[in-house]
Design a protein around this ligand. Structure first.
Ligand SMILES: [Fe+2]
Length: 507
């Protein structure tokens, strides 16, 4: 109790401000950029810049130790990391209503090039971030993409992000479980960070979600990954609550309570990520499905497989009335696939699309009702739609599983001779589940029971893809241990897919 009281007193002292006369920003006793900087949603001529002011990042009210008024923040974008050749600058409001987060939609940039950016307020400077605009329409310049998911802070160190930040990556896609809603104990797992009791509760309110995001964003490796490249993000279940679907709670909460929780969770999600105003939540609703064109090389169809899905019910997986995406998003996706002129059409999404029978016994099947296996009628509609529209080179990127996998989405999984529709690359978690293991009984069982599954690995890490008009190369990077701060990252396996041939090939 004494320790806790002392910590709170320290926070109160640090949160005091000396407002400068006639200035729109206060004077800070501590640098307010404790949560880093980020960029996202790259277009050929613009990008979103993000930061959040929080001189006391873990203040228990979730407000970061900021004064109760809105604050002016200056931003600038330069052509060099030293910030000498500034090409755009302006002032944005860090609004108290949004926990003093800042979202700047910069325009007037040149396509397919690197920029650097930073923020300034009350005499304090942020770190410099690096970003990159999307190439001009039609450009076939190759790109490097990293994708990642599932980063339970208390399950280990973000060594995978430290590695990602050291790579020359054009774009990062995050597939959900950016936070976990579960209580974080006082010693926070292998990290051993001494935390106050406020973290040791399941997140339900806006204050609690804000505090949870702030906790995650204090991590220097996560900050480095955000500062290294623009991100595109989408939610999965733990960003709100385990296995939620639309208005249905998996834990038995009422629809009213889940919608209240969704509103709090989405608000904090928006406040902490570089999203456009088009994704600004309206109460419990947030528009996350969107397309991002990367020249003529790739169109990213970012999906939302949570907000519009019918409740999980494996016994009704073949019911054509049920949907994973909801009718409007299904139509939007098929339209976006049909009118895409891109070489690669990337489904940037959450849960496993290929069938996964978890039992080798040929007479028995065990499917996951939370994944596309629980929505087979919707999956068939999507795969039929892709075939009918002759969609060029669909590629499926998946998270959720906490293991690395690579396989092939087949038109009909019951028929071994059925054609391949798309490769599916499943990235493991960044940390969730702890160290994991390369293989084991589950790996053997799953590979034996699913001939369309080519690769399984149960370690932590992320996937780096090198994409050119001729081929999509995916490299699985794994961390030996996330339980220690100095784990080692290595390439576990790589696959290549040639344009026009959806089968996986060993790289
Ligand atoms: Fe997860």
């Amino acid at each position: 109790m004494l320790r806790l009281t002392g910590a709170l007193a320290g926070m109160a002292a640090a949160a005091q401000f000396t407002p400068a006369p006639a200035a729109a920003a206060p004077r800070y006793h501590d640098n307010p950029f404790t949560l880093g900087v980020a960029s996202g949603e790259p277009l050929p001529h613009g990008v979103v810049l993000w930061t959040r002011l929080a001189p006391v990042p873990l203040a228990e009210d979730g407000l970061g130790g900021m004064p109760p008024q809105d604050v002016a923040v200056r931003w600038e974008v330069a052509e060099d990391p030293g910030m000498r050749r500034v090409v755009r600058r302006g002032t944005a409001a860090a609004r108290r209503d949004f926990a003093h987060s800042v979202h700047v939609e910069v325009t007037g940039l040149r396509p397919g090039r690197e920029y650097w950016y930073r923020f300034r307020t009350g005499g304090e400077l942020s770190p410099v971030g690096r970003t990159k605009t999307a190439p001009a329409a039609g450009s076939l310049t190759p790109m490097t993409l990293a994708f990642a998911t599932c980063q339970s802070w208390s399950d280990g160190f973000y060594t995978a992000y430290r590695h990602l930040a050291s790579q020359d990556v054009d774009l990062v896609a995050h597939l959900g479980d950016y936070i976990y809603e579960y209580p974080v104990g006082r010693t926070s797992g292998p990290r051993g960070t001494d935390l106050s009791a406020a973290h040791n509760a399941e997140t339900l309110t806006l204050d609690q979600y804000r505090l949870r995001y702030a906790l995650y964003r204090t991590d220097p490796d996560l900050q480095a990954a955000h500062a290294a490249a623009p991100w595109i993000v989408t939610v999965d279940d733990h960003d709100v609550e385990d296995n939620w679907s639309d208005e249905t709670s998996f834990s038995g909460a009422s629809p009213e309570d889940l919608l209240r929780r969704r509103a709090a969770a989405f608000r904090a999600y928006y406040e902490h990520l570089p999203l456009r105003a088009s994704s600004l939540p309206q109460g419990p609703d947030m528009r996350l499905h969107r397309t991002l064109d990367y020249g003529g090389l790739a169109r990213f169809h970012v999906l939302d497989a949570r907000q519009f899905r019918d409740p999980i019910d494996i016994t009704r997986r073949d019911d054509p009335a049920r949907s994973m995406l909801g009718a409007a998003q299904e139509r939007w996706l098929l339209d976006g696939l049909a009118d895409s002129g891109a070489v690669w059409n990337v489904l940037t999404q959450q849960v496993l699309m290929m069938q996964l029978d978890r039992l080798t016994d040929p007479g028995l099947q065990q499917l996951n009702g939370d994944a596309w296996d629980g929505y087979t009628a919707n999956r068939n509609r999507l795969l039929d739609g892709i075939a009918e529209r002759r969609v060029a080179n669909p590629v499926v990127l998946t998270g959720d599983m906490h293991v690395n996998m690579a396989g092939t989405v087949k038109r009909d999984f019951t028929d071994p001779s059925s054609p391949a529709v798309a490769p599916e690359f499943v990235t493991t978690s960044i940390t969730s589940g702890g160290n994991g293991a390369d293989s084991g009984p589950q790996a053997e069982e799953w590979l034996a029971a699913n001939p369309h599954l080519a690769f399984y690995n149960g370690q932590r890490g992320y996937v780096r893809c090198t994409v050119s008009p001729g081929e999509w190369r995916a490299e699985y990077l794994v961390v030996d241990k996330v339980s220690v701060p100095d784990g080692t990252v290595s390439t576990r396996r790589s696959f290549v897919v040639e344009a026009g041939r959806p089968e996986l090939q060993e790289a």
